[in-house]
Ligand binder design. Structure first.
Ligand code: IMP
Ligand code: MG
Length: 179
């Protein structure tokens, strides 16, 4: 697996430090609010499980599955809810935890749907942000790292469902997906 990685972009140590920092800020901002942490499977799952353990106040979790991409590296522009929340969110403080904010199409759509259910608030925590690629009018309230416009893998992020189990964020060798 490692031979397909061009370079390590964010190391395990850097991820650990940043996630702890984000968790501390979220703890401050949500103390006493019993937020619902909403995770978008599957890419955000590694970030989510690390982040939730750095949040030191009562919180609940729930999962959604949204599909915006085919199996490749290009956005299809199509977003659909594959699995909805189990929780009623009216009056709740929602924090959506995402792996990467790319075009923003997925999150814009998701926040629009969730807004209709009248939550008390909706915020976004994204581990990675690719600002150059933004199409939708959306920004994250908590961002881990801004990354260049390169296809990244690892720490939950996949290429064709692979490389999610890499413990760092890396850049995939272009020849892996251009063949
Ligand atoms: P958006 O709707 O374009 O913002 O797409 C967001 C989703 O696309 C993310 O949750 C990822 O699953 C996927 N994605 C975007 N860029 C990358 C990348 O560089 N590597 C892996 N997945 C990505
Ligand atoms: Mg994904």
């Amino acid at each position: 697996m490692y031979q397909d990685v061009k370079n390590v972009l964010i190391s395990e140590e850097e991820l650990r430090e940043k996630v702890a920092e984000m968790g501390h800020q979220i703890t401050k901002d949500y103390d006493g609010k019993n937020p619902l942490l909403v995770t978008v499977l599957k890419g955000a799952v590694v970030f989510f499980t690390d982040l939730m353990r750095q949040i030191d106040t009562a919180a609940e979790i729930d999962f959604m599955v949204v599909s915006s991409y085919g199996s490749g590296v290009k956005s299809s522009g199509v977003v659909k809810i594959v699995k909805d929340l189990d929780t009623e969110i009216a009056g709740r403080h929602i924090l959506i935890v995402e792996d990467i904010l790319d075009t923003g199409v997925t999150l814009e759509y998701l926040t629009r749907i969730l807004e209709e259910r009248n939550p008390a608030s909706i915020k976004i925590a994204a581990l990675l942000d690719k600002p150059e690629r933004r199409k939708a009018n959306i920004k994250a309230d908590y961002v881990g790292f801004s990354v260049p416009d390169e296809f990244v893998i690892g720490y939950g992020l996949d290429y064709d469902e692979k490389y999610r189990n890499l413990p760092f964020i890396g850049v995939l060798k272009p020849e892996v997906y251009s063949v």
